[in-house]
Design a protein around this ligand. Structure first.
Ligand SMILES: NC(=O)CC[C@H](N)C(=O)O
Length: 209
């Protein structure tokens, strides 16, 4: 599996994937992108990552692989990059898209820049202790289309409570928070399972390849 290594906390994602049983490598070039069965888009700054994707000739190849069904997990800025629609983006901000949702950039940032909170996320928590999540100038999801499954909401009744902060749409997964910080690998394990499912399904459909 790959971690896009243009900006952000790449090392932490590599470690979380490895701890989740995957073989992980960095992706900076089209040939590296072509070699992976799944890709993580780390947090950072979505406008900067957008520009770097173009500079490194990765934007179109990645868009094509997403359209062809590559499992991709985007965290924070990565969630913004996977969104079909962005509110409060910069004027020329573009996204890869793929998830039928509208995200609001820096949504929690107006109240607090970063915080940690418990989530209502039964599918991701896997029946264990509630997931605690770290948010850093995070987006939230304003609306989702019919094919999108909501996986987590913030807890509590405050202004930032009850907001959608994790979704899955087909082979795409996105969280507004940073599970690579804090040592809880349940989100990465969820994604590794998605990648395995996808690979096994492809083998069943094309047994000779
Ligand atoms: N931690 C993050 O990834 C922050 C995301 C950032 N606010 C953006 O708009 O891209």
């Amino acid at each position: 599996m790959g971690v896009l290594a243009l900006q952000g906390d790449v090392r932490e994602h590599l470690a979380a994937l490895t701890a989740s049983g995957a073989t992980a490598m960095t992706v900076r070039r089209p040939a590296e992108l072509a070699a992976v069965d799944g890709l993580v888009l780390p947090g950072g700054e979505s406008t900067t990552i957008d520009k770097l994707l173009r500079t490194f000739d990765l934007f179109e190849p990645l868009r094509e692989r997403i359209a062809a069904g590559l499992p991709v997990y985007g965290s924070c800025a990565g969630m913004i990059l996977l969104a079909d629609r962005v509110l409060d983006g910069t004027r020329d901000q573009r996204t890869l898209g793929g998830i039928d949702m509208t995200v609001r950039r820096n949504a929690f940032g107006r109240q607090v820049d970063s915080f940690e909170g418990p989530l209502d996320a039964p599918d991701l928590a896997g029946g264990g202790a509630p997931l605690r999540a770290v948010f850093i100038r995070a987006p939230w999801v304003e609306d989702t289309g019919p094919g999108v499954r909501v996986l987590a909401r913030t807890g509590g009744g405050s202004a930032g409570g009850g907001k959608i902060v994790a979704v899955r749409h087909g082979s795409l997964l996105a969280t507004a928070f940073h599970p690579e910080i804090g040592g809880d690998t349940r989100v990465h394990r969820f994604f590794v399972a998605m990648v395995r499912e996808n690979r096994d399904a492809a083998r069943t459909h094309h047994p000779s390849s």
